[in-house]
Design a protein around this ligand. Structure first.
Ligand code: ZN
Ligand code: ZN
Ligand code: ZN
Length: 345
């Protein structure tokens, strides 16, 4: 496997290297010892990182050398297959293809997903910390949401709170007020929030540990319309049913169906336009995906979002928690109420 900077390299070594045009690459042969090819000017940073403590051989390269040839020269000439990091830049994958013309390239994720999907105790603890941090932000949101403010103004304050509450990086801030709430990945606009608006707030960041948070709550600024309150109640029931369906051996598609069946039976099926969830860890979106067609059974230690939504157009709603499958059910890392949170207009 060839792991350039990104979540795969961080997972395997703890090294949070920046992606640069100069090649840094952990080479993991099927047999024999791994080594890290690293630009000479990055050597000190690599040695100071967790990869330095692992005793991995460092192979520095100078500015006028070809690091792809350097890697190829240390690998068997008849190498048949190589796994490249899922997030390796295409320019680097193409250079490796040229340097290792006989090796078929496959995504390293085909191997690493088996490890990364099943969280260790320490990873679950890191997800709990991330969940607690984003919960603290949601508890601040009611003081920021007010009629007369724009989504962008509210979003800027939320981004500040995401960092203030312990994240290293803000990954995304979605404040979807009124009709913007019906677009699941709407981010921020200059729309002024009005009295009576439902507001979808979906926020997340990366903790210093590298693990991500992701949580959605739907708020109402003043009295929300009756049709909205009717489908919000259905959504709340659907989200709880999907969480309750989680246990070892259950398929992701069954968890998706637990939410979808309730929403469909209530007549809102055509407005639930996305899968129920996604795995989360060092990346916000990773395996396993909670979607129809995914029949790979859930196991204890798998962590993913449960986030059904209903988006009729004039407004929308979503409720999202990150849950971890336990020996006999699930643990949610998010604990903010699922009731509609009504703030003063
Ligand atoms: Zn999303
Ligand atoms: Zn989200
Ligand atoms: Zn999500």
């Amino acid at each position: 496997m060839l792991l350039t900077p990104g979540p795969d390299l961080r997972y395997v070594t703890g090294y949070d290297a920046i992606q640069l045009e100069r090649l840094t690459c952990l080479v993991l042969p099927a047999t024999g010892d791994p080594f890290l090819v690293v630009p000479r000017l990055e050597l000190a940073a690599a040695e100071a990182s967790p990869v330095g403590a692992l005793g991995v051989e460092m192979v520095p390269w100078g500015e006028s050398e070809d690091p792809f040839a350097l890697v190829a020269g240390r690998l068997p000439a008849d190498l048949a297959r190589v796994g490249v990091a899922d997030r390796m830049w295409a320019v680097m994958a193409l250079r490796f293809r040229a340097a290792l013309p006989r090796a078929e390239q496959v995504a390293a994720g085909t191997v690493l997903r088996e490890l990364r999907m099943r969280k260790s105790r320490a990873e679950v603890e890191a997800l709990r910390e991330a969940g607690a941090a984003i919960d603290r932000v949601h508890r601040i949101v009611p003081s920021l949401l007010k009629a007369g403010r724009t989504e962008r103004e509210v979003g800027r304050d939320i981004a500040e709170a995401i960092v203030a509450e312990g994240h290293a990086v803000v990954d995304f801030v979605i404040v979807g007020s009124g009709p913007n709430g019906a677009s699941p990945h709407h981010e921020l606009s200059d729309r002024v929030i009005r009295p009576g608006d439902p507001v979808v707030v979906d926020i997340g960041g990366t903790m210093p540990s590298g693990y991500c948070s992701d949580s959605t709550r739907t708020y109402a600024v003043g009295e929300a319309p009756a049709d909205f309150r009717a489908y919000y109640a259905v959504l709340q029931e659907a989200q709880a049913a999907a969480c309750a369906a989680v246990r070892p051996g259950v398929t992701p598609e069954a968890v998706d169906a637990a939410a979808r069946d309730i929403i469909t039976a209530a007549g809102y099926g055509e407005w639930f336009i996305h899968r129920t969830g996604h795995g989360i860890g060092l990346e916000t979106h990773e395996d396993p995906y909670i979607v129809a067609g995914n029949t790979e059974p859930i196991e204890a230690g798998m962590a993913f979002s449960v986030e059904p939504g209903i988006y009729p157009g004039a407004h929308g709603a979503r409720i999202e928690d990150i849950v971890v499958c336990t020996a006999d059910g699930h643990e949610s890392v998010n604990h903010v109420t699922h009731d509609l949170i009504v703030v003063d207009a």
